[in-house]
Design a protein around this ligand. Structure first.
Ligand code: HEC
Ligand code: HEC
Ligand code: HEC
Ligand code: HEC
Length: 155
């Protein structure tokens, strides 16, 4: 072959390669993407059913209050009243379903409180923070009951 088209076969090879790879891509996509993906949106509807069969970790504070209404009573009006029980005690769904089945964590009131209250410039200035000296070596609970900390030690 002569003339301006004499190099066309190079282009044809490259084009054939692209078409070949595209076909491979289509097969791979058909094989790998789950059948129901995209049925209602950019997700797999059967994932919803699969997730509902997983064991719950958190019970939610309404469940805790059913049995521990005394604690909820002591939190009333306190700055901590809005914090979820399990934010401090950890996930306790099994304990809530059967109190004997899971022993709740009682956070160590020496180190634990500083996780939220230690001085940190990244926190909003309105959020009350203390330095380590504030506790004078005592656990925070010596002076602040954890459920209503601004009302002094737990009665
Ligand atoms: C069905 C009733 C019930 C529910 C719901 C329940 N608890 Fe309890 N909880 C108990 C009983 C019973 C005990 C053991 C007796 C006791 O120390 O008061 C206990 C003990 C505890 C203790 C103290 C453990 C200790 O070492 O003294 C904590 C903390 C606790 N529960 C937190 C929670 C939290 C947080 C929730 C919500 C996720 C919750 N509980 C839900 C019944 C329940
Ligand atoms: C700010 C963190 C925090 C929150 C929120 C919190 N607790 Fe506690 N709770 C503690 C700490 C710390 C202790 C351990 C006190 C100690 O050892 O002196 C404790 C102890 C307990 C105990 C053991 C008995 C007692 O009074 O010492 C129970 C029961 C309990 N919490 C239930 C709850 C429930 C129910 C909620 C939600 C309504 C809740 N807590 C919310 C930090 C928290
Ligand atoms: C999950 C984060 C968290 C943990 C853990 C926590 N706190 Fe708090 N604390 C808060 C929030 C949120 C407030 C309320 C801030 C507000 O509304 O201004 C607060 C308020 C307080 C206040 C009242 C400050 C004031 O405005 O007068 C004291 C005191 C306090 N906490 C002590 C403690 C102690 C002691 C512990 C450990 C038992 C503790 N906190 C654990 C989040 C936390
Ligand atoms: C020896 C007693 C004592 C101990 C221990 C103690 N506090 Fe306090 N704390 C106080 C007193 C008293 C106040 C009130 C001071 C005030 O209103 O100016 C206070 C105030 C606070 C405040 C509010 C600060 C503010 O700017 O208004 C926070 C938050 C706090 N404490 C957290 C803690 C934490 C976290 C621990 C444990 C690391 C702890 N405290 C240990 C006595 C104590």
């Amino acid at each position: 072959m002569n003339g301006p088209l004499r190099h066309a076969r190079h282009l044809i090879r490259v084009a054939a390669l692209f078409v070949g790879l595209f076909v491979v891509f289509l097969f791979a996509k058909a094989a790998l993407v789950p059948k129901d993906f995209g049925l209602y949106g950019h997700y797999r509807p059967s994932a919803l059913a699969a997730n509902t069969t997983r064991e719950l970790s958190y019970a939610g504070r309404a469940a805790c209050v059913d049995c521990h209404s005394d604690v909820e009573e002591s939190r009333k009006g306190s700055k901590h009243a809005r914090i979820g029980c399990e934010a401090c005690h950890g996930p306790l769904a099994r304990h809530a379903a059967d109190p004997g089945a899971q022993a709740p964590v009682k956070p160590d009131p020496r180190a634990f409180c500083l996780g939220c209250h230690a001085q940190n410039v990244a926190r909003p200035a309105t959020f009350k923070q203390v330095d380590a000296e504030h506790a004078q070596g005592e656990p925070c609970s010596t002076c602040h009951g954890p459920h209503a900390p601004e009302k002094g030690p737990k009665p």
